[in-house]
Write a protein that binds this ligand. Sequence first.
Ligand code: BJ2
Ligand code: ZN
Length: 696
Amino acid sequence: MPAQKEILYLVFLALAVRTVRLQLIGSEDHGWAFIWDYNGRAEQVYYDSMVARWNYNTNLTLENSLKQDEANFIEAHFDKQAAQIASNFDWQNFNNTTLKRLFRKITLLGTAVNHIDQAREAREYNNLLAEMRLIYSTGKVCEYHNPSSCLSLNPDLSDCLANNHNYDRLRFCWEGWRDAVGRKLKDKYPRFVELSNQAVHQGVPNWTDTGAYWRSWYETADFQEQLENLYNQLKPLYNNLHAYVRKKLREQYGQDKISATGPIPAHLLGNMWSQSWSNIYDLVEPYPGKTSIDVTSKMLSDGWTVDRMFRISDDFFKEMGLIEMPQNFWDNSMFVKPADREVVCHASAWDFYNAHDVRIKMCSNVSMQDLVTIHHEMGHIEYYLQYKHQPVPFRRGGNPGFHEAVGDLLALSVSTPTHLQTIGLLDTVEDDNESDINFLMSMALDKISFLPFGYLMDQWRWGVFNGSITPATYNQEWWKLRTRYQGIVPPVPRNNDKDFDPGCKYHVPANHPYMRYFVSYVLQFQFHKALCETSGHTGPLHKCDISAGTEAQKAAAGEKLARMLQMGSSQEWPDAMEVITGQRDMSAQPIVDYFQPLIDWLEQQNQGETLGWDDTWTPPYDCEATDGFTCKDGSRCVRPGDRCDGVNDCADKSDEQNCSIVPTGPTGGAAVSTVTNFASTVVCVLVALLMVNLVP
Ligand code: BJ2
Ligand code: ZN
């Protein structure tokens, strides 16, 4: 920050603090002056911290980690000061509602900020978060019989889950990731939760815990009740899809491995977290031989590149009259995984808060799924570009779910067979009922399969934050929710003393809230329906491509969307929703309408099947054939991660004997994994620095 500006700022601060002793500042003109002054400074401070975060996330070195810490610290300090100055204003009695809202947002502090008075806890919180993210991002699973050959989540383990139908190989990849990552996070998470709750509670005593703070962003008093209602309306769709997929998987893997009335083994659904089932489309395709919506193979055979996927996405935004990606986006983004360094591969969109610099970081592969993810991330960027004129505190979505819905909403049009044909991804499009069902199945495998997962992630975290789920029951409670909502079970028994399966999903160690995605899966269909009407679409909702109308119709739809995006969070979300949909409530009806033909078809197919599942069923497994170790006394099967890990799992201790002949990673896990030495080094150095207080 330039010295002169710093001085002006301190003068302003001093005046404000002096005034408060006499009385709160009531002048709205002074209020606006503060806001614009704050805005300029916030842009600078946030820009600096985003640059430091970007540099670290795209090159996980110790040096970059320390720079990121420093930038986080400066940002937190700035936020805290700004909140203190803002509280010297009598903003609660301001007449101008926009000004009042801006002050409210500046005074409601975020988590890390409130620790600044206790520097030690602030550092501990930041270090824990950094360690957890690093463990996740550098986790590797090494082959049981070839420990020097190790698999990363992206692309190796994701490909493993997506592309093969070998029950045991799938189990190896699924279990290996949990052994590699979850177990290392298990002891860190409880302290993180404690510190996070402390921070939030100190900031605003009304917020009893971090979950309450996260929910406050929705400004909806009965938010949880509304979510439950939405979920209950959508449950029959999921149960029908689940029963049909279970039937097909029984045909593929055998009736001994999958029960007709039980939950589905979690590793068979094509995805590490069973959250999207698109990758098993080939196993469940309703009408083989009719138009197949499996376009990845076409992309590969036609030589599609990652760059082309980003251009196609950008073209769609442009076609709708929205803002195209600026040149600096193309220059600065990271589209593919670099070969020469460790990075955080989980895809993300970045706003650098200077109304200019926006980027995507993604380890993209050529596939239909990644094309949809690119639209998802570009939707975030579009929001950033549309609301860049807003003051910093309003540069947010109408609510967090709005931000998540934008790119997905456009991808709903891009994914229609007619649109795929226009971009060269489908040769022929048959217009008949059977092709329609194929298409709806492909969409349901992504959208309907996600709903219970999107709903349960933060059911678990809210329980953890409010203390109803304790560290001793983290893993049990996680699986209770996974079985209750998703109807899935682990393929091999979990060791609840050691496993921490929720930590194996990015958003837990990275501490990103998740309910926004559930909300977004509802909203995106509401927005789609409304924009389809604006763009002149008639007929079934699932056939709508909002770019298919006349130029004027397309422009009208794009303009409506842009108008909502430009509002950012300057007004409560029902106002933003009204701009697009003409009404003010969340509703599950459009998603039900969209899938109605498939629901009817599934109900027919599922005659004679049991909808739902018996929570007590668990899959059989052969100990030795699945890399397990049978205790010498035959009493139990020890999973590979438990073998030679320094803990006696067998009563006769045989799992801890003859360890030198078992191929082990640094954890001592037999079949499993290792966080790279680099990660351990960073963590050790960070801890050492913390102990001697060298980190600023
Ligand atoms: C792939 C996607 C997130 C997202 C990333 C990581 C967490 C936040 C951001 C934010 C955006 C913003 C993701 C997609 C659907 C389900 C979920 C999943 N990555 N984030 N900076 N998804 O939302 O884009 O980019 O401005 O808030 O996690 O489970 O894969
Ligand atoms: Zn997103």
